[in-house]
Ligand binder design. Structure first.
Ligand SMILES: [Zn+2]
Length: 373
């Protein structure tokens, strides 16, 4: 096991929940306070950062906090230590505690907040409620002497090219002839300076997502024997790695809306929920968005959900949902606390695999401001 710095921990975190998945304009994700350029042995995972959470981090000896809700959400015009926010920042900085926020990127990520909520509700046969991210597919066609084709195909597959669904190392090869005349100053693999050379070559075609483009091109250039490899790189009208916000899935068994509310209270550990709909109606297909899902009532309706579970439902949105015949269960925004255990467990596993010596502590501070009376 080796001691690592904050940067290495966050790199690992972002391999799971990259910033590019964020789906809110100017979502203030990433390092918010302090530095990652220091050894980190203990990380506190929390939904929110307030003074009590900062005290918890100090008491636990954590050098880093990973939070879902960014501690600096709006542009600051001052850092006055005579108000609560300024006091919080002062405390964190004076105690050398860094804060890193993963907000809507963690909502979208696989095994992120929305998947964790869907897990808690035991939803099966899940799909994404609203697609927010996809990668373009690229195609590489490269021309290479027949003798070098096998090595190149292997190098391309190793770099992540040619993965299609449940298949890997997919490629297509056609045979042909390459012609070239090396000029003065060239150092040709085959052929002589000033003479037109004909070489038996093959064309190898592979597809891959844009995110591995640099890796694939580098592998191709390394495996190619020519000084000036000839290749085409083409952008396809095809997408892959589609991800998005919210989940839709099916309850293990049909239940009444009333039974569902009781199930939600138990599974998400909340004392009460607000409901729109007919408590005696049957529900099985559930759409959910952690946090504030007001914008997604029409997506939930289009997805054919029997009920839409989301927090922070506004009065008028609830009326709109009622008007389009969409049932709502609002368990409050605080159910996103499922991310505390979810992130801590997943990061513990990922760090163990990497032999990183770091402990993830789950915050026990209750940051729900509402009382139910
Ligand atoms: Zn939230």
């Amino acid at each position: 096991m080796k001691t690592v710095n904050g940067q290495e921990i966050i790199q690992l975190f972002e391999s799971w929940s990259p910033k590019k998945l964020a789906c809110m304009e100017n979502d203030p994700i990433g390092l918010a306070i302090g530095t990652l350029n220091k050894p980190v042995r203990k990380v506190l995972v929390t939904l929110d950062v307030n003074e009590e959470v900062a005290d918890e981090a100090i008491a636990q000896g954590c050098e880093l906090i990973i939070a879902h809700h960014p501690p600096i959400f709006r542009r600051l015009s001052n850092i006055r230590t005579d108000n609560p926010a300024g006091r919080l920042y002062e405390k964190l900085i004076k105690n050398d505690i860094a804060v890193y926020a993963a907000h809507t990127n963690l909502d979208v990520a696989e095994d992120g907040v929305n998947d964790l909520l869907a897990d808690a509700l035991q939803l099966e046969n899940r799909f994404i409620l609203e697609e927010t991210y996809a990668e373009n597919m690229l195609k590489l066609a490269v021309f290479i002497p027949t003798a070098n084709a096998t090595d190149l195909r292997e190098a391309l597959a190793k770099a992540g090219a040619g993965r299609i669904g449940d298949y890997e190392a997919c490629s297509y090869t056609t045979m042909g002839e390459g012609r070239f005349r090396p000029l003065e100053g060239a150092n040709p693999h085959v052929g002589a300076i000033g003479e037109l050379h004909v070489e038996e070559e093959v064309k190898i075609e592979v597809v891959f997502p844009e995110s591995v483009k640099n890796r694939v091109l580098k592998a191709m250039l390394n495996a190619h024997p020519y000084e000036e490899p000839a290749y085409d790189l083409i952008r396809l009208d095809q997408q892959t790695n589609v991800m998005g916000l919210g989940r839709v899935g099916f309850l293990p068994q049909e239940m009444t809306l009333h039974e569902f509310t009781q199930f939600v209270k138990k599974q998400l550990d909340v004392p009460a929920v607000r409901v729109v709909g007919d408590l005696q109606s049957k529900v099985k297909k559930v759409a959910l968005v952690g946090g504030d899902g007001n914008k997604y009532i029409y997506s939930a309706k289009r997805a054919g959900a029997d009920v839409f579970l989301t927090g922070d439902m506004y009065f008028h949105t609830a009326q709109d949902a009622q008007a389009i015949g969409l049932q709502i269960v609002d368990p409050g925004h605080h159910v996103e606390k499922v991310m505390i255990a979810g992130v801590a467990k997943k990061m513990t596993r990922m760090c163990e695999d990497k032999k990183y010596s770091v402990e993830f502590v789950q915050s026990t501070i209750h940051t729900e401001p509402f009382l139910f009376v």
